[in-house]
Design a binder for this molecule. Sequence first.
Ligand SMILES: [Zn+2]
Length: 404
Amino acid sequence: MLFSKSFIFTTREDPKSAECVSHRLLLRGNFIFMVSAGIYAYLPLGYRVLNKIINIIRRQMEDIGAQELLMSALQPLELWVKTGRDKDLEEVMFRLKDRKERDLCLGPTHEEEITEIVRKSVTSYRQLPLILYQIQVKFRDEPRPRFGLVRGCEFIMKDAYSFDVDEDGLGLSYEKMYQAYQAIFKECGLEFIVTEAESGFMGGEISHEFMAPALIGEDIMFYCPRCRLYLRQQNPCPQCQGQLEEKRMIELAHVFKLGTKYSLAQEAHFLDNQGRLKPIIMGCYGIGVSRLLAAIVEQNHDEKGIIWPESISPFDIEILVLEESLLTEAISLEQKLIKKKKDVLIDERAESSGVKFNDAMLLGCPYILVMGKNYLKSRRIDLELRRTKEKLSLTEEELLNYLK
Ligand SMILES: [Zn+2]
């Protein structure tokens, strides 16, 4: 893709509204557009990253046999009355009425709707276990939207729901999901920990949070560098006398063993193998997908810009063409890289090399190739690794081998 023909642009000045590093860099690189406080649009570069994250999630969900669906964002309020959560979530729920004065809300979460769907379709133990998930926009009337994509009023979430015949089944589904979430965050290049958590308004007894250490995190944990252990409370570290460090954490995901809270309230029953009527045992599993983008940038940047992990970078390689006459050569190299399944951005704008280089640092693709004056004579391309700043001078053949 050619930079000059794309909807990619950068801003030199820090936006006034920026509240933290990820917010500032994502706005300066025009990955996102701030529509209003807590409301964002994803521009082509940001949407590329988002889709790569979503593909990683889909692949992991497919591996454990979860099936994707898409529920409605607009929900009748009556669905929420059965569980009493119209009251529990009153303050954060966006409510509205249609022309017939019917009470509706914009879904802040989807336990009620999925339970309603499953209640109507599942009647026998033969249809269980079942894991369903969606990637959907959620709405919450946040008292303090802040830190860009970290806490917004509209955000993208991946929410999964498991349905089992008994507690053992729920245990297996929970374990599968737990493992899949670890694999997802690892593949996204995140440093994270898992910790037992409070279930809050979701209900159920057991829940775990996946947390990423980051300066702007809204949760606080305590880290013992000797035991390499994160603790919820500032209790003395059991194994040693190590000095605890306070760490701020961003919540990436939260998984819950819900049990029968929703199936009892909404009468989601099935007939077991003895013909007895029983409530379905449920679990729910959420990932803040748009928030991941912010968490990844918080953990992967330097003073010049973003350093995307290879798995989710908008482009794998950015080629800086410093001489107009080299554009044909750059396009021929791009074709070879595309055959190797690499996403390539060619910066052929009529800008100085300094501007191109600064923009490449800001946009954060892992491999930056420079084709300058020397290339015609030496036939060697300069490769700079965004993360380590290591520089290599390679022939085209060496380069293609290196990027394999
Ligand atoms: Zn310790």
